[in-house]
Design a protein around this ligand. Structure first.
Ligand code: BGC
Length: 760
């Protein structure tokens, strides 16, 4: 016994010292970076320093307008002189290596380049679009998906991603909701953390990890009227309680860079916003990585009417804490003059350069600038089997079952005549979404292909109606077909002959994303007509909805027995949908964003303020409502069904009263009462009944994704502490207040199993 104890204590001591030395080593490393950065900065000329703050696009047809005064020749000259700190959209080992070689071998100080890329939902092997992934509420899967994207990108020479986008948005008119985590700051924060950790891994210096970038700091998701690149005017209350939490979570998860945005915030453009970047991010939050502008967004201070020219824009942005200028040419052309004229202090420049160099050191680029340039790895990693499996898994987890009456799903595997109808059914392109620069067009598995793998049924495919794809300037755009009904007849005939009709309708992948705001969220083009025509001859319809945002599908909700939200699910779309349709995967996704009944309800979100007249207390017209549509959404936040059923019972708290510092334990029993094994996202909401500022009617403060076998019951516990119970006051200070709270637990934001407690 004694010897065992001795062995244990020796092990303990060894473990203790080995961890100490690990931490010590890390600290020493950081110290030595800082010393090295000091030495390097001391050697740099002003123009070389400014060069580090300059990010150039590697080719023209990428994501924004070509700057008038920019051309490839100038870029190469600047690169050779050491006037470029980073490049974006250069990908592939051969290309990144050749540019890195110039930076390292031809410039005076040989400082390596960062290579940035929008790894939004994968690199070549594409995961579901981020809002779809968010619908999984599966943080491990989301992290893994970011890991896959990072691994492929890193193998292609990339060491920095412009992701995750963590803009909270309550406006599905805005095309970029497809890129984010939805409407809720709590869920959004957890997803932000998962994605950052997925991209950056445990050690940024590993060859398959890349620096992440929390964007767009901040408020972009509140673009007025959902119109892209629009003004943002929000209160301190909304800024602190809704917009900033995911950014703070990303910072705490160790994100190494931030990107500002194209919006202004309460009168000041994000790129020249001192309050956001200096006071909050670098001040209060002590962020020590760097901030990159969005594409030429510094120049846009001129168009916003805040700066009179590029020089003033450069002045405003650099002093406000934008450390790097993306494809704007204003820093590289203006900052030297501004410093020489003593308008910008050299300490501002040194601070920005230090931050940029720090990330380069952390990535290990000074030790080996070519560490991301390994052809062998590039060949083995990109598109490999493990990545295909991972994105398939993520895709299945992202599907949300919105309705399943008549139990049409899961489909029977044999003896059925199935008609597959719709313009998005035999579609191998649109599922890739609009962020797909490194992927090849037409490389998604279509739903038709996925369904063909199930051979026990007969399958008849008809397109019905079509989408048209056209090109404008650089990007693909969808021209909606409102006239050509050629395929309609055949589709109706196929439906007539079928036992079950699977219809794949919705938005094309190029109808959401950057620059793709919409004011009409109905099924585009002739699809509604097609749906109704098919319904007339065969109402046994399973509607698979494809979109990058919530759509207004009132008629379908009313009439179609089964609806599956299938988003754009990336490379493995067809396999994922087919496996869900045939019950080889039981869906457990939940909506990360409210579905409105009509566009007039927008912004619509579950955590709204009760208002002074939130209910019709006096049975008259003078309360907060519309006279033509009810207040409730079409589908609430957090909503999603399963092939099985879940029952919640016994919501319990240990006490009725807690002190402000106590942790509250909540437990609930959940039983799978249906006929299938399944998973449920158990959601916990609170309502802070009285506060010093108005409070939302409900706030998500916990969730757990729990697998339950048929008939199984589990007791699930949640803990609520200060972080969950407090909020930001109108001075931006986090406070926790005494008073009464309600707790709701259930499977969506309408959860009504309720309890309460008091904080004293
Ligand atoms: C987008 C950013 C993106 C950048 C580089 C901009 O248009 O707003 O989110 O990272 O382009 O591609």
């Amino acid at each position: 016994m004694k010897t065992i104890k001795k062995i244990i204590s020796v092990c303990f001591i060894i473990l203790f010292f080995s961890t100490c030395s690990k931490e010590q080593k890390q600290e020493n490393k950081i110290d030595s970076y800082e010393n090295k950065i000091d030495n390097l900065i001391a050697k740099m000329t002003l123009q070389e320093k400014v060069g580090q703050m300059n990010l150039y696009n590697g080719f023209w047809d990428a994501t924004g307008p070509v700057p008038e005064d920019g051309n490839a020749k100038t870029k190469y000259e600047h690169l050779r002189k050491g006037w470029v700190g980073a490049m974006l959209n250069v990908r592939g080992v051969d290309k990144t290596r050749s540019l890195q070689k110039i930076a390292v071998e031809e410039t005076r100080l040989g400082i390596p380049l960062l290579f940035g890329f929008d790894v939004i939902h994968g690199f070549k092997t594409l995961s579901p679009i981020p809002i779809a992934e968010s619908a999984s509420w599966d943080l491990e899967a989301i992290k893994k998906s970011a890991r896959v994207g990072a691994t492929e990108a890193a193998a292609a020479g990339i060491n920095w991603t412009f992701a995750p986008m963590i803009d909270i948005s309550r406006d599905p008119r805005w095309g970029r909701v497809m890129e984010g985590g939805g409407e809720d700051p709590y869920l959004g924060s957890k997803i932000a953390e998962a994605r950052v950790k997925g991209f950056q891994g445990d050690n940024l210096a590993d060859v398959n990890t890349i620096a992440a970038c929390a964007k767009h700091f901040a408020g972009y998701g509140f673009s007025e009227a959902g119109k892209e690149y629009n003004t943002v005017d929000i209160s301190t209350n909304t800024l602190y309680n809704t917009v900033l939490p995911p950014f703070k979570a990303a910072k705490e998860a160790g994100v190494r860079t931030f990107m500002n945005g194209f919006n202004d915030l309460n009168g000041i453009p994000a790129s020249t916003n001192n309050f956001l970047q200096r006071d909050i991010l670098k001040g209060e939050w002590e962020f020590d990585g760097f901030v990159v502008s969005d594409w030429a967004s510094i120049n846009e201070a001129i168009f916003w009417g805040q700066a009179k020219d590029k020089k003033e824009a450069a002045y405003l942005a650099s002093t406000a804490g934008s450390d790097m200028d993306m494809e704007g040419y204003v820093y590289v052309n203006e900052l030297v003059k501004l410093v020489n004229e003593k308008k910008v202090d050299i300490t501002t420049i040194n601070d920005a350069v230090r931050r940029i160099l720090r990330v380069k050191f952390e990535l290990g680029l000074f030790e080996d600038p070519y560490k991301y340039c390994d052809e062998e790895r590039e060949k083995n990693e990109i598109g490999n089997k493990a990545h295909q499996e991972a994105v398939l898994d993520m895709a299945k987890k992202s599907v949300v079952l919105l309705k399943n009456e008549k139990q049409l799903l899961p489909l029977k595997k044999e003896g059925q005549k199935i008609a597959l109808i719709g313009p998005l059914a035999d579609d191998d392109n649109s599922p890739l979404g609009s962020w797909r620069l490194a992927s090849d067009d037409h490389t998604a598995i279509s739903i038709l292909e996925g369904m063909k793998a199930y051979k026990g049924n007969t399958l008849k495919y008809e397109k019905g109606v079509d989408f048209y794809i056209g090109k404008t300037a650089f990007v693909d755009e969808v021209k909606v077909n409102t006239t050509n009904k050629e395929g309609m007849k055949q589709a109706i005939q196929a439906a007539k002959n079928a036992d079950v009709v699977v219809m794949v309708l919705g938005e094309h992948g190029f109808q959401s994303g950057e620059g793709r705001s919409r004011t009409n969220l109905d099924l585009p083009g002739l699809q509604q007509e097609l749906l109704e025509a098919v319904y007339k001859v065969n109402p046994n319809i399973v509607l698979v909805l494809k979109a990058g945002r919530p759509l207004t599908i009132n008629w379908a909700k009313e009439n179609i027995p089964t609806i599956l939200m299938g988003w754009q699910l990336g490379t493995q779309t067809g396999n994922a949908i087919a496996q869900v349709l045939y019950g080889d995967y039981n869906p457990s996704g939940k909506l990360p964003m409210t579905f409105p009944r009509n566009v007039g309800q927008i912004p619509i979100y579950y955590n709204y303020k009760s208002t002074g007249r939130g209910s019709n207390r006096e049975n008259n017209v003078f309360w907060s409502h519309y006279s033509d549509v009810e207040n409730t959404p079409l589908y609430p936040f957090g909503y999603g069904l399963s092939y099985t059923k879940f029952e919640y019972k016994n919501l319990q708290l240990e006490k009725a009263t807690y002190s402000l510092n106590e942790t509250i334990k909540v437990s609930v029993d959940i039983t799978n009462t249906g006929n299938y094994d399944g998973k449920e996202v158990i959601q916990l909401y609170i309502r802070d009944k009285v506060g010093s500022t108005t409070r939302p009617v409900k706030e998500l403060k916990g969730f757990k994704l729990v697998p339950l076998k048929k008939s199984e019951t589990k007791t699930i516990t949640f803990q609520l502490a200060k972080a969950e119970l407090g909020f930001y006051n109108n001075q931006g200070k986090f406070i926790i207040e005494e008073g009464d709270f309600e707790i709701f637990v259930g499977g969506d934001s309408n959860a009504n199993l309720k309890s309460n407690f008091e904080l004293k």
